[in-house]
Ligand binder design. Sequence first.
Ligand code: AHR
Length: 528
Amino acid sequence: MPTKPTRAPKAKPTSAGSSTASGADAELIILTRKTLGEVKGRIWGQFIELGGRCINGGIFDPGSPLADEHGVRRDVFDALRELQPTHVRYPGGCGVAYFDWQELVGPVEERPRAKLFRMTRVPQSTAFGIPEAYDYCKRLGAELYLTVNAHTQTPQDAGYLVEYLNGTTPTKWADLRRKHGREEPYNVKLFGLGNEIYGTWQPGYKTPEEYVAWCKEAIQEMKAVDPTIEIVVCGCGRYNPEWDRKVLKGLIDRVDMISVHNYFGRPVFKDNMAAYRVCEEMLNWLNVSVDEAMDSLLTRKIRPGLAFDEWNVWYRTTHDPLADVEEIFNKGDALTIATLFHVMLRHTKSITLSNISEAVNMVGGIFTDRERSVRQTIFYPQKLFRAKHSGRVVETVVDAPVFAAKHERFFCGIVDVKKAQDPTVPTLLHFNDVPALDALATVDEARGRLSLSVVQKLEDRPLRTKLSFRGLQPKGAKVKVHRLTGASLEVMNTLDSPHNVGLETSVQDVGEVFEFPPASLTLLEFEL
Ligand code: AHR
């Protein structure tokens, strides 16, 4: 979708030599020899859910004039393809607990026509089932990441699911797939066991002991059919480290990843700019739990990864039958997303899977009605980062002014606006030293490219920043400057006004000092 140039201030790089470090407000030192991790694997994931209007009414909408002959929305598919997802998580989320997998396969007319999503008491059609999700992923060039109903189904059902999908034997469940018209196995390799199963908001929620017992049996059943599958189990993160310790200790010899979810953001921009701290803290805690479990089993050679399989900004809406968590994001939220992507990229050594949550309508980067769709503000950092960050993540040292901000620790999302202004809320974490710049650099030797994305967090002034490169040096006199557009932090992309925020690119002279506009996202693309 073309984006319109806006009134956002242009960066003014000073040519080399005309400014000194002492003339700058801040400095970024890019240590190109210090590798933090690699941009690889399942880290650009999307999440589609049989909940709200994500799949039904978003991805799949047979009544829409924009749907193809299978009921799939063409416009939504095209937008998702622009993001080049590595994988797609399906069918939940909370949604996974309301479906038996057997109800999501076979001829549509033989499936129950809908199941009740009891959280909002809204029926969810079963017509976009597992084969439909599989085909959708194939067309997107993405891997299907299937969540398993560990809530109300049995470990044996999980084994039968793998036999249905991947089985090659002449046996009941593989034969059912054949009867459904598919001879060759699907070969789905990635399975998540349940969703937030520690939470009382989920049917079939479990204690850690119950969950470990369920998983042990399920993993045995599933891997007996196909030993090459990978398993993700539910973790919790900072909010309940005890859960993680018990789950990891119980399953350390048989899991590939442990998941963690969190939603960030407050209706105060400068507080949003501290969300990344909460996120880093949560990941660090989970890594400690993984290490502790590894220490308890010295024979395991490969450390389980973290599956950060639901995260986003979410602070305005709640589970509502008519508009289930249909967050309309502003430009400020897109900057928060960029800082969270920075965290994810800084942690690629331990994060082996990441999903922004969700793809459409439900806290979605894409928003629809029957006849239209719009790329929300948070769509654009996803698109930019996916296109421009590749290769090695290298360390960037930030020396910048600092400010104070506060943030909830967990699922802050559902805070009301009044509460959000109250600095005494005990669940708030207070940070006195949030740097005004948040930067992430990647070096892609094969492409001859160094990409530096920078969120400038101060609303009231630009920051003249000295850029210092250690090790590799950019060459050439020009830099490509990609910028998130938008006239103010509050501006949104809506169905009626879809182009307020987008991306623009210019080519500028390389200078020693670069001026980052107030409250902005800039990605500088240097030639190496
Ligand atoms: O993304 C909305 C919901 O938030 C998901 O279904 C659930 O997993 C999380 O609590």
